[in-house]
Design a protein around this ligand. Sequence first.
Ligand code: CUA
Length: 181
Amino acid sequence: MAILPPENRLWWKEPLSGTEIVWIAVAFVWGLVMFGTMVSWHFVGKQNLSNEAYRIDPAVYAELTEAQAEKYKVRMEGNLDVPVSHPPPGSDVYMLGRLWEWWPVLELEKDQTYRLHLSSVDWQHGFSLQPQNINLQIHPGYDMVLTIKPDKAGEYAVVCNEFCGIGHHTMVGKIYVVDKK
Ligand code: CUA
């Protein structure tokens, strides 16, 4: 019985049983498979984009985001009056995560390239873009930069998929992709 101490105190020196060896081998091989999958999924999957990461002071990041949201604001939206920011194609675009929202709403143009910056100004959040299922861990102090080129017009939801407290389930945001042609 596992709740009693082993009779032989040097229990780790006893020979392995056949079943145990099999399970250790299975776990080891499976670990290698998972490791290989993680690496190869970066190339064959579409969810894990290559990103750059830079150190940044959360207060500085918040200022950059607020300045851009104000500068390129095209309208306000929702009952919380969230600005919708439509930055010029080719530019650096900022979105921040904080308790409990992804802010601001972004409006991007189809088939245009942007450098999308993501960071948190408080603690860890999960950026999940739906229905694309693109996921990133977002940490305060790190500016994550993705080079993106949206290829389909529509409305995309951003949800937080890292538990971040009492309002976690309300932490949502939005990205519009509009077709200018
Ligand atoms: Cu932010 Cu959960």
